[in-house]
Every structure is written in C-alpha cells, then in structure tokens.
Design a protein around this ligand. Sequence first.
Ligand SMILES: Nc1ncnc2c1ncn2[C@@H]1O[C@H](COP(=O)(O)OP(=O)(O)OP(=O)(O)O)[C@@H](O)[C@H]1O
Ligand SMILES: Nc1ncnc2c1ncn2[C@@H]1O[C@H](COP(=O)(O)OP(=O)(O)OP(=O)(O)O)[C@@H](O)[C@H]1O
Ligand SMILES: [Mg+2]
Ligand SMILES: [Mg+2]
Lengths: 260, 260
Amino acid sequence: MGRVTAVVNQKGGVGKTTTAVSLAGFLAARGVPVLLLDADPQGNASSGLGIDRRALSACLYDALAGNLSLREVIVPTKVDGLHLAPATLNLAGVEVELATRQEGPGWRERRLSEALAPVRGDYGAILIDAPPSLGLLTLNALVAADGVLIPVQTEYYALEGLSQLLNTVQFVQRRLNPRLDLDGVVLTMYDPRTNLARQVAAEVRGFFGARACTAVIPRNIRLSEAPSFGEPVHQFAPDSAGGRAYGELAAELAERLGLE
Amino acid sequence: MGRVTAVVNQKGGVGKTTTAVSLAGFLAARGVPVLLLDADPQGNASSGLGIDRRALSACLYDALAGNLSLREVIVPTKVDGLHLAPATLNLAGVEVELATRQEGPGWRERRLSEALAPVRGDYGAILIDAPPSLGLLTLNALVAADGVLIPVQTEYYALEGLSQLLNTVQFVQRRLNPRLDLDGVVLTMYDPRTNLARQVAAEVRGFFGARACTAVIPRNIRLSEAPSFGEPVHQFAPDSAGGRAYGELAAELAERLGLE
Ligand SMILES: Nc1ncnc2c1ncn2[C@@H]1O[C@H](COP(=O)(O)OP(=O)(O)OP(=O)(O)O)[C@@H](O)[C@H]1O
Ligand SMILES: Nc1ncnc2c1ncn2[C@@H]1O[C@H](COP(=O)(O)OP(=O)(O)OP(=O)(O)O)[C@@H](O)[C@H]1O
Ligand SMILES: [Mg+2]
Ligand SMILES: [Mg+2]
C-alpha cells in the first residue's frame, strides 16, 4: 500500500514544490513506484515535470468534483515510474464547487482521500504538493495523508507560521484523520554563511528534535533552474549541492518511512 | 485622498510583505502619512513592524466582519507617520464568515473598500499586503485599490503565475473596480550573476514595458534580517543594497503616482 505524504506549509515560497518534485524524482529513480498529486492551482509541480497544462483535458479538479476517477486523470511523466495527477487553473474553483454541495461535516475535506483509495495500491509512495494556504485543498491533502512533511525556509517569517501549521495538523489529527503523523521537518534554502539561517536552523532543531530531517537543503541555483527544463533535479543536476541534498533526503525518508 | 495600492501576487514568497513594509517605511520617512493594511492571516507585515499579534484585541478581521470600524482597529507603529491595520489568525476565518451572509453579488468583495472609505482622507498613501492566493482577501484588496503593484521574483515558477494574476486583475477591472490600474511590476531577489535571473528580468521588461519599475530589488540579507528586529529596512539598514533599492522604488512610485 502506497504511503501518502503531504508536503505542506502555508508560508509561501519555502520550497514545497521543489521538495515534492525532487523527492518524487529520487524515489522513482530508487525503483519506488511514485504518484505525485499537484494540489496547487498554480500547477508548479506539473510544469516542473514538463507537463503542458494547456494541453490537458482533465486534472485533479475533475477527481475532486467527482467528474472523473483519479485513475482517469493520472498521466505519465518523463521520469520512469513517476506518475502525476496534474493541476490546471480549474483547481482554483474547487472550494466554491464543493462549498455548494449540501453534505455532512467533513465530506468536503475527504474528497481527495476518497478519490485516492482505488489507486493507493498501485504505488509505493504518494506525494501531495499543497498550495500556500490552510484552506480546503491543504485540508484535503492532510486528510488523505499518512504523514506530513514540512519544508521550512531558514528565514524569520518562515518560523512565524509554524505554530499555526502545527495547530492545523493537530486539528486534522483529532477531527478528520487520526493516523496523520509528522514525517519530518526539512530545512530549505539554507545558507550557512548567514547568522539568520544558523539561528533559524537551531530553533527548528531545538523544537522538533529527531523529527527535523538530517538532510538540509542548501540554497542552490540548479534547483531553481531545473523547472525551466521540466526536469526534476535527479535528472537535471544530480551532482549539484541541491541534487545531492535531495538525494540524501530521499534516502533518509525511504528508510524512516519504509518506502519500497 | 490617499491613493490605495494593493501588493499582490498569488505566487508564494516573492517579496510581497517585504515590498509593502519597506515601501511603507520609506514613504512615511518622506513625510507621506501612510496606512498599511495587513490582509494576510500569516500577519507577517504586522510582525515585520514589531507588533505583538498575541497582544492585539482587534484586527482587520473585525473591520471586514463589521464588528468594528477600521479606525478602531488601526494602531501606530515604531515609525512616525506609519499606521497599521494588523492581522491576526482570526483573519483566516473571514472567508467562511462572509460566505454565510446572504447578500448580493460583489457584496463580499467590497467589504474592505467599504471599511476603508471613512479613513482614506487621513492618509497620503494606503498599502495593502495580500496573501499568496487569489481568494476573497486578495479580491477585497483589488476592489479597494486604485492600483496594483506586482512583485515578481526573478525565478521560473514566478513567471508562470503572471498570466493568471493578470486575468484576475482584468476580471476585477471589468466587474468590480473599473478604476483599478497597474501601478507597476517590481523585480525582486534579483541576482545579476545568474542567467535565470537575467532571463526572467528580460521577459518581464519585454512584456510590461514602461510598467516594469526602474528600481530592481537585489537579493540582500539585510532585507530578511530586518523583520526579526521588527523594523522596516529604512530604519534597520538604509544604506544596504536592499535598503537603497527600496528607497529608489519609493521615490519612483511617489513621483509616478503623485503620493504626497
Ligand atoms: N534550495 C533552493 N535553492 C535555490 N532556490 C530554490 C530552492 N528551493 C526552491 N527554490 C526556488 O525558490 C522558489 C520557491 O520555491 P518553491 O516554488 O518550490 O516553493 P513553494 O513553497 O512551493 O512556493 P508556493 O508557496 O508558491 O507554492 C522557486 O523559484 C524555486 O525554484
Ligand atoms: N530582496 C530580498 N533579498 C533577500 N531576502 C528577501 C528579499 N525579499 C524578501 N526576502 C525574504 O524572502 C522571504 C519571502 O519574502 P516575503 O515574505 O516578503 O514574500 P511574500 O510574497 O510576502 O510571501 P508570502 O507569499 O508567504 O506572503 C522572507 O523571508 C523575506 O525576508
Ligand atoms: Mg509550490
Ligand atoms: Mg507575505
């Protein structure tokens, strides 16, 4: 059964998409069958994998709204063993679409979990890239997930939002998904030359202890260049500092979470 | 009458808050009475100005929900001439709160514009820091605004979202706020040493022409350190590369928009 990991942080630009796409690539390269769900209407994970969103006739929206099964939405990517449920702009309409349905409490938050159930057995790992908010799409990701991976940019503003995020995770654990675990907190865009980055890293490690991933992702230009070539970093620049760090993170999580 | 500028981009982490807070500081230092509205539930603009959000008894949410007038929510800051309507976590609840009210079309999107009307005359410039989404809070900012300022990080993913953002601006101009203008597009976190940054900058200038601001904001550690001291950059590090660039931007916009 594929383990589902949601990559979540409402703070914008902290490396959620870069982490989801990079991990998906490295896990697929290790032979793990991977499904990546692009749950962000911006669709960065989709374009980061070279998918032309204008050419798509269906996306994750259709599976959440119940128009299609998730299997009908899933597309292959340039990476062997890595499948994607892409996002288009339609996805931005899902909150309004689901809000109009008269259903019981928790129904809207479970759409993704329900859509995912028939395909979970086809994959070893399922990753969800969430948008920068704690709205319905992110709640769907947390309800569908076995664990949450939190990228934390080593910046002052990024620390601020963590308690709000943890409160939301606890709310979901209590009310909607008791099995939700914290898979890890990964430091991103780390520049060891700056005091600020070292201070934030120390605070995160102090607060999260063993749940702070050993692998730390440095700021590295190759990571921001890769999406313009539509390739994950394990293909675009595996030996770059950014590539090696995500390779280490993939190995660390595969072992800790038993992803095969 | 204070000109209202909304700082908007649904892409996360592109420098919306840093731009709103830095501009607000420099404009106040030039003698323009400034009001900054923190319309992001993350509340980064509030903490970037040294406000302890836990100590607040009211915030922008109360003005949008109609519990208080905006005047009752506004607080002074450490900067002379700079006032703030702060955000707390309550603000995340505004979409649900307003959605439950049975009102006509466009009513929800005009809450901020209506709340702002009685105080607009007290300020020379009013800036709105928007969250990383195109949801109700951002729509409120666009409906209340005379112009929109778009920070664009010089990265691949940041280019992707621009057409979606411009579509939303056009929608608002046609249906909700015909006076909404494009005040400018400002390049942020620019590192001239990288090809990617130069390519993105060239594309943005090619597309926006004269509306691309002359001032370009470089990547500069002082800008990310300033919020941890609760000070805008004109106080924290006015002579830094980031400080000087935002000073130039403030001068350019004050002249172009006639902010006094
Ligand atoms: N370690 C890194 N080094 C350098 N650049 C990075 C790194 N990680 C991500 N980036 C770049 O920084 C920007 C933000 O990263 P990304 O888009 O992955 O964040 P996000 O959290 O998914 O953003 P959003 O909140 O908009 O979804 C992107 O342009 C990306 O290419
Ligand atoms: N020019 C710059 N140089 C270096 N760091 C910067 C610069 N501008 C912003 N930052 C830092 O980058 C991060 C993102 O900036 P900021 O929070 O202002 O973006 P935002 O668009 O408001 O994010 P969000 O989408 O979460 O609201 C912050 O930690 C900020 O301190
Ligand atoms: Mg993203
Ligand atoms: Mg912000």
